[in-house]
Structure formats: C-alpha cells, structure tokens
Design a binder for this molecule. Structure first.
Ligand SMILES: [Zn+2]
Length: 326
C-alpha cells in the first residue's frame, strides 16, 4: 500500500466516533492486477448539499503525490480540531467541506500518472478542445494507452465517474460551490487556475474568478500564487473540470443560478528540482518535494489558501456580482 493510502486509512480510523458533522464513505473501488483499491470521500459539516460547499480534491495523477498529501494533512488537522473547537462546529452548521483526497489510488501505488488502464483521468472526459496550431500529444490523444496523456477507450473511467458522481451530488445543488483540485509539476510557480482548459475563450464566471483573485491579493498581499485561466498555460482535451463546469451550467445554473467554480492548483515543482537536482533521477521526483522541510513548508503554505477559500465560499456577496470590486 502506498503511504498516502495508509495515511488516508489512518485518518478514517482516527475518526470512527459517531459525529453528525462528519460522513466518510467508500465511494468506489478500482481493480488492478487482482487487487482492489478504495476511493474514499469525506463530507464535513452540515449534510444539506444546498449550503455553501468547498471541495478539495487530490491524486488525479498518480505521480503527483504532494497534492494528495496537502489534502490529507489538511483533513487530518481539521478533523482533529472538529473534536474540540465549538466555534468551528457552530460555523460548520452553515457550510460544508467535501473531499476525495486520492482519486487515482492505483496510479499512486504504482508510480504512474495514469490509472491502471493507462488512461490520463484529466484527459478522460467527453470534452474536445478547440484545435491547436499543431498536434501536441500532451493535450490528450486516442493513439495508445502506452503513451502518456491517453484519453481512454470512449467511456469515462471508474475513477472519473466516481468523481463526477460525487461532485454532481454534493456540490451541484449548492448555492455557491468552489473546488480546488491539487496537482503538481508544471513550471517554477504555484499556479492557481480557473476554467477553461479547453479554450482560451473566457468562461462564464471570469468576473467572479477575477474578483476572488483581487480579494486574495488584498487579504494576503504576499501570497505566492500566480492566478490565471488554465488555458494561459496550455489547452487540453477531456478536462474533467471543464466537463463538470459545463454540466453544471446546463442544469443547476440554468435552473437556480447556483454558482460552481472549479479551481486547479498546479504546484510548480521545478523549484524543488532546482534546489535538489538529484531528485530528477527518482521517478516521482519531478512532481514532489522530496526533502522533509520542503514538504512541511508546502503543506503549511497551502493551508492558508484552503482557509481563504472556506471563507469566500461563505461570503459570495463579496465577489459574485460582476464589477463589484473594481
Ligand atoms: Zn496533474
């Protein structure tokens, strides 16, 4: 078993006492080489899915262990606080945090980006990107599962379906829902991306995303995030968050003007590589900080971001009307 799955199951066993503000579930299971791997979900706070909801997701790409670690360390600390902090418990009657910390347990156990069937889960949704200038394989392809960025066999994979099911059930009905999906690998900076991945055109909540960005700038003047639409870095096919965002627009936004904005944090791992170049020779060394103190610093720094998002999801009037914060 990989160390993240171990920590995840440790967190579950530490929180077995009945608590109306906590629901942990075995959401789905994936088979690989005669072994079964669990996908767990957490719902913390009021179970009513119409209340403001913050979603925290990690481990879509098996090699990017640090994303899962950030979510797990946050959950561990948050759940331990939930046992004694009455102020926190009171506030959680009015909002909720939902999470799948490890979406691709097979990939993480076997040190591969894709799932067990060679599918890149973040290229697996039925969404096509607008044609690029030339054929770029990293944008997603249907050539072979032996190559990275394979889009799959025509249907959504078990892991992708589990994620979609959970988000549609627990986040779509919310008046306001924001999610952060934790990744690592691209570039020197920590990039906080809002949709779309499929096109350079603005997504419908671009003003809201920019308002959130300026609130972050004002509230945490020294934050380290580079905030931009994902398509500024590259466009891809099959992005699960594009797919879920568009589905939400067609259903819950149309019916009740619910807001759902999925964000992606791409932790820039090249900085870890620059400080410790030898780690390039380790298979997961390109995607994770391998030195202990660097790892702790990564955890701490992103807790501030999670805390900020848990506040803005409860204060939509501060950012959800266009032009409010000019
Ligand atoms: Zn990734």
């Amino acid at each position: 078993m990989n160390q993240e799955l171990q920590l995840l199951e440790e967190i579950i066993s530490l929180n077995q006492d009945e608590d109306p503000l906590l629901k942990m579930q075995l959401l789905s299971e994936v088979q690989y080489k005669n072994q079964t791997y669990p996908i767990y979900s957490f719902i913390i706070g009021n179970p009513d899915p119409t209340l403001p909801t913050l979603g925290l997701f990690g481990g879509v790409h098996g090699l990017e262990r640090v994303g899962t670690q950030v979510v797990l360390q946050f959950l561990k600390s948050f759940l331990s606080e939930l046992k004694w902090n009455q102020v926190l418990r009171e506030s959680l009657k009015h909002y909720r945090i939902v999470s799948i910390p490890l979406i691709n347990p097979v990939g993480m156990t076997h040190l591969r980006r894709s799932n067990g069937r060679g599918v890149d889960l973040m290229r697996n949704a039925p969404v096509d990107s607008l044609p690029g200038k030339k054929y770029q394989i990293y944008r997603g392809h249907k050539i072979s599962p032996l190559l990275p960025w394979f889009r799959g066999y025509g249907e959504m994979e078990t892991e992708a379906r589990a994620l979609s099911y959970f988000v549609e059930k627990e986040m779509f009905p919310s008046k306001v829902a924001l999610s952060i999906d934790f990744h690592s690998g691209f570039g020197m900076k920590d990039r906080l991306w809002y949709p779309y991945a499929k096109t350079k055109e603005d997504f419908p909540f671009v003003n809201e995303a920019k308002n959130i960005s300026s609130l972050l700038n004002r509230t945490h003047a020294h934050h380290i995030y580079h905030i931009e639409p994902q398509s500024d870095s590259y466009t891809t096919h099959g992005d699960l968050w594009d797919y879920l965002f568009d589905r939400h627009q067609e259903t819950f936004f149309k019916q009740s003007k619910n807001i759902f904005i999925p964000w992606t944090l791409e932790m820039g791992s090249w900085i870890w590589l620059k400080k410790n170049p030898w780690q390039i020779f380790k298979r997961d060394g390109v995607f994770n900080p391998l030195v202990k103190h660097r790892e702790s610093r990564t955890m701490r720094r992103h807790f501030v971001l999670i805390d900020f998002f848990s506040k803005i999801v409860r204060n939509p009037e501060a950012w959800s009307q266009s032009n409010l914060l000019k």
